[in-house]
Design a protein around this ligand. Structure first.
Ligand SMILES: NC(=O)c1ccc[n+]([C@@H]2O[C@H](COP(=O)([O-])OP(=O)(O)OC[C@H]3O[C@@H](n4cnc5c(N)ncnc54)[C@H](O)[C@@H]3O)[C@@H](O)[C@H]2O)c1
Length: 254
């Protein structure tokens, strides 16, 4: 082994909800480290544009549509990836719904939809990809959590609950499959500038002002999560499992 070995060359990586934001940065980083990447997103046209950019840069990428609130679509997504690349070595459960809810009147349909997307779809995806990983004695699963899992959130308690749940799933699967050469970890972003948080960062001044509320003195940008994802998927990260690592500029230290 050469130190450090961050290569993910030829590994097939499926990242849900990755046409934009943190998922896209992770996909781009994995592609530049040599992985064959699958940009899965409900917005397939944008996913296709991003896949094309990776192809133009000499990487390997494919776009796959699908709605991560619908458990029945999970097997179709996995089948499309297998048809294209044969296997799935790396699964990153990134797609999630983040809803502000007035707790007492939060509609049941929205509660169920959010729970499907943030918790049950990742569970279903793990069920579908794990058998192949076990057979090949190699696999990497990363669940995208949030610093909200630690802090709790009065304005979106159901979202925060779903992120705590995904961290617990991470630990359970890590224990269960460590002997099979599979690591399962979570990445917990802090306060990131993406489409989802656009209302917090409408002007350059607002980006700077809100950044002052973070110990690091700035908000996060999608690429801040990318290096950790590559580390966890590479040989260098082989002995790291069951962890949630917060990429938050110290926000969880409040
Ligand atoms: N942005 C933040 O501050 C922040 C903080 C903590 C955690 N996170 C987590 O990071 C992850 C990515 O967040 P982001 O800010 O990059 O999001 P984003 O809103 O910028 O991008 C999300 C992507 O997911 C896609 N998507 C939405 N619903 C989908 C569905 N039902 N099926 C498939 N794809 C769907 C969207 O089309 C979009 O391309 C999420 O799990 C989120 O909870 C974000």
């Amino acid at each position: 082994m050469t130190y450090p070995d961050f290569s993910v060359k030829n590994r097939v990586a499926l990242v849900t909800g990755s046409a934009r934001g943190i998922g896209l940065a992770i996909v781009q980083a994995l592609a530049s480290a040599g992985a064959r990447v699958v940009i899965q997103d409900i917005d397939k046209p944008i996913a296709e544009i991003e896949a094309q950019k990776i192809l133009s840069d000499g990487g390997q990428a494919v776009a796959v549509g699908g709605d991560c609130t619908n458990l029945e679509q999970a097997s179709a997504i996995v089948s499309q990836v297998r048809e294209r690349f044969g296997v799935i070595d790396i699964l990153i459960n990134n797609a999630a719904i983040q809803q502000w809810d007035d707790f007492l009147s939060y509609p049941v349909e929205q509660m169920v939809r959010q729970s499907y997307c943030n918790m049950l779809f990742p569970v279903r995806m793990c069920q579908l990809v794990l058998p192949g990983m076990i057979e090949r004695k190699w696999g990497r699963i990363i669940n995208i959590s949030s610093v909200q899992s630690l802090l709790g959130n009065a304005a979106m308690p159901v979202y925060a609950m779903s992120k705590s749940a995904i961290e617990n799933l991470t630990r359970g699967l890590a224990r269960r499959y460590a002997k099979d050469g599979i690591t399962v970890n979570a990445i917990g972003p802090g306060w990131f500038k993406t489409d989802r948080t656009a209302q917090d960062f409408q002007t350059p001044e607002q980006i700077i002002e809100n950044g002052k509320r973070v110990p690091a003195g700035r908000v996060g940008f999608p690429e801040d999560c990318a290096g950790l994802a590559v580390l966890l998927c590479s040989r260098a990260g082989e002995y790291i499992t069951g962890q949630t690592i917060y990429v938050d500029g110290g926000l969880h230290l409040r």
